[in-house]
Design a protein around this ligand. Structure first.
Ligand code: EPZ
Length: 431
């Protein structure tokens, strides 16, 4: 069991590099199941546990997966497997994305339901609704989704749910529809940059998708698809996390590569509270001054404010001179970081699916526990801003989305030490 010891209060100076987007790379890896011939080569793939988990699932489904530097090379070697087991899917929810391409190409799939998640209930009803609309017979048996379709047929599908569009649901239905007979229209499709990049990749593989980036995707089914090469877009959530760190630490930090247009709502909020940002074509320079004005924000599907940056920007707002109201409209219970931020001196009250942040003059180091990926990123940002030492336990959560984050932060002036803690392990095992 590893933890971080963060010595806070140091300015961040220099250039920090952003990796390829995890949430784009994962469904793109599943797209390897759609190629009739030739390998799928993805460049700029981050080295993360979740990427390894998806690799393990693909290997179980007859795809060879090899890494060369930042490239992943995937090629089908066995077309017969169609089952993704509970053991593999429960390691990572995004692996449910193999359902659509398996059904599209192999005509049948048996994929474990992903199960519970600390940030919310996270149902998959919209994924199944979309696949059923394409003519698949879908049942849930003993914790597995079993789907079959001798031939998928294009259809008009409304994919909106009570919380808006669905990112991996859109990816799943899309990756089945590209191999259906006829035209599919997905209304209320997710518009996230990761979904857009997946559409671009699928078109390079021979698919015919139009309306990319809009809530209406039109897909003409094709008879065959092939391997290709594609570079994964930069991770907007990692970039936003580093920008938040630069804002609360002071100094002069340049974050790149970034697609600033993918961070519109976040950059707007930061500018509004007075963060000094210089937005370039592929980079964002942040000159932090540690204390800002307050702002209200509401998480929404793209291009709204991303739920995956709610915790990190909340950390910036804890250091404001005023009161901020944060409403979570994607995952109403995604506030596990609130209690831990309060241990560092923040003043936050949770009210249903909102959090009310009363700005404080400063944070101070303490022992805290990471509960999930973005909550742990927020604790790291808070630890960097706090006076004194912060100990963050369970950093395996942060390793799921940020590759060797402490090395990259230390290179721009932070002091974050990764420590193996046997005592923590014994205490946690006993708990
Ligand atoms: C993706 O999850 C991301 N994961 C999440 O990032 C991100 O928080 C989320 O999108 C929202 O942006 C990946 O891309 C791998 P959704 P996903 O389906 O696709 C409800 C991170 O930290 N819903 O877009 O699972 C759902 O409960 C992770 O990197 C249904 O009601 O999320 C939620 O309220 C965590 N029925 C909303 O829609 C469904 O069938 C959006 O969820 C599906 C979803």
């Amino acid at each position: 069991m590893e933890k971080f010891i963060v010595q806070g209060g140091l300015p961040l100076e220099g250039r920090i590099r952003v990796q390829g987007a995890k949430n784009a790379a994962l469904p793109m890896m599943a797209a390897a199941l759609l190629a009739d011939d030739g390998p799928l080569v993805l460049r700029n793939v981050p080295r993360l546990r979740d990427i390894d988990s998806m690799g393990a699932i693909l290997e179980a489904l007859g795809v060879s997966v090899a890494r060369r530097g930042d490239r992943l090379i995937m090629e089908i070697v066995d077309e017969t497997p169609f089952t993704a087991s509970y053991e593999l899917v429960s390691m990572m929810r995004a692996s449910f994305c193999v359902l659509g391409p398996l059904l599209g190409r192999r005509r049948r799939a048996k994929v474990s339901l992903p199960g519970g998640c600390v940030i919310g209930v996270r149902p998959v009803d919209l994924h199944l609704k979309g696949l059923r609309a394409l003519g698949a017979e879908v049942s849930v048996e003993n914790g597995y989704v079993v789907a079959e379709a001798p031939r998928l047929r294009g259809h008009q599908i409304f994919l909106g749910g009570p919380f808006g569009s669905t990112v991996t649901g859109t990816a799943n239905v899309l990756m089945a529809a590209v191999r259906a007979k006829g035209t599919t229209i997905i209304d209320y499709a997710a518009c996230e940059p990761e979904v857009q990049d997946l559409c671009v990749l699928l078109n390079k593989m021979g698919a015919k998708i139009s309306g990319i980036g809009s809530p209406r995707l039109v897909i003409e089914g094709v008879e065959s698809m092939h391997g290709t090469e594609h570079t994964v877009l930069p991770d907007r959530i990692e970039a936003g996390t580093f920008i938040a760190a630069g804002a609360v630490c002071g100094g002069d930090l340049t974050v790149d590569p970034v697609r600033p247009d993918h961070l519109g709502a976040v950059l707007e909020t930061l500018k509004q509270i007075g963060v000094d940002l210089h937005v370039g074509a592929n980079s964002v320079r942040v000159r932090g001054k540690r204390r800002y004005g307050a702002a209200d924000l509401t998480t929404l599907p793209y291009p709204g404010f991303p739920t995956d940056l709610q915790a990190q920007i909340m950390t910036v707002l804890t250091l404001s001179d005023g009161i901020s109201v944060i409403q979570e409209k994607i995952y109403p219970d995604r506030f596990m970081h609130v209690a831990e931020l309060c241990r560092l001196g923040a003043n936050i009250r949770k009210e249903g699916s909102s959090a009310i942040v009363l700005g404080v003059a400063g944070l101070h180091g303490a022992q805290v526990m990471a509960s999930d990926l973005r909550a742990s990123a927020a604790l790291l940002v808070a630890g960097l801003a706090a006076e004194g030492a912060t100990e963050i336990r369970r950093v395996y959560h942060i390793d799921r989305g940020y590759d060797r984050v402490e090395e990259r932060l230390n290179a721009v002036g932070a002091r974050v030490e990764r420590v193996v803690d046997q005592k923590v392990r014994m205490m946690e095992d006993a708990a």
